[in-house]
Design a protein around this ligand. Sequence first.
Ligand code: AHG
Ligand code: MN
Ligand code: MN
Ligand code: MN
Length: 332
Amino acid sequence: MTAFKTLGQFIIEKQADFPYAKGEFSRLLRDIGIAAKIVNREVNKAGLADILGSAGKVNIQGEGQQKLDVYADEQFIAALRSGGECCVVASEEHEDPICIQSEVSKNAKYVVCIDPLDGSSNIDVNVSVGTVFSIYRRTSAGGEATLADILQKGALQVAAGYIIYGSSTMLVYTTGRGVNGFTLDPSIGEFCLSHPDITIPAKGRIYSVNEGNYRKFPDGVKKYIKYCEEEDMDTGRPYTARYIGSLVADIHRNLLLGGVFLYPNSSSHANGKLRLMYEANPVAFIVEQAGGKASDGVRRILDLEPTELHQRTALYCGSTDMVERIETYLQG
Ligand code: AHG
Ligand code: MN
Ligand code: MN
Ligand code: MN
């Protein structure tokens, strides 16, 4: 019987790294883990439960909401509300922040930004989807938390993570001391440490981009895609194109195998498509902590000063040498 370490045991063990932590952060992560297990249960039976298809509403992003978008959003907010460690939530599915302060959370000091269900276009076709989250400390001293508590640059994140609902369900997170991955063991209902100290290979051979948008890309991106497709023994090219259309799944694969993910700004998405606060920032924190790089082509993602809750950014992230080549081509 191989010894296993649950997420809860790991968090308590690592709590020693946070001398001032009185368990609030550990409980916050526990709350996220609980919601993830509930969402996982619905994702796993999606075809059988009435959870597929459109919810018949359009969200602030102008996207048709899927039933699972709404369900996941409700579950994570409910878990954070009852857990009492979070004072305000910014969700992809809500235009404004949701203040969840109550008697149990009047002293809550954490802020959560969340993409409750990432990869919605893949829900009905049984392709991996995910959840992405980012955790900050509130900046205000007391009273009702506001947007100002949320709009903090990514470098100030206390933690970031994602859950991938795939062939297995994993939770991957960082608190700024490396990246660790936990696989859900359904037989005991626990996330167990399966990928300690995840490190992204410095060089990769996978590039992930929606080449259907090629003609709309900046010239530097077009030049990089051509570079990936050229034959060159020394650099192992042509590289391999892998693109799922779920950010979490594309990032997770490249994190483990090495590679680069590109979501450029384009003539149809002047500022890119991905959202800074609950997609690019958490992913950038994780990729950097795994030894990779994340930029908007010019600036480090984690240094971008947010001005709006749902603002978008171009995102190039993954193995450092691949991201740096893209930056060189874009700035050339
Ligand atoms: P979401 O489902 O949370 O709205 O995010 C979808 C995002 C991201 O998951 C993925 O990388 C990207 O959309 C794919 O966009 P395209 O379909 O335009 O390639
Ligand atoms: Mn969406
Ligand atoms: Mn998303
Ligand atoms: Mn989403």
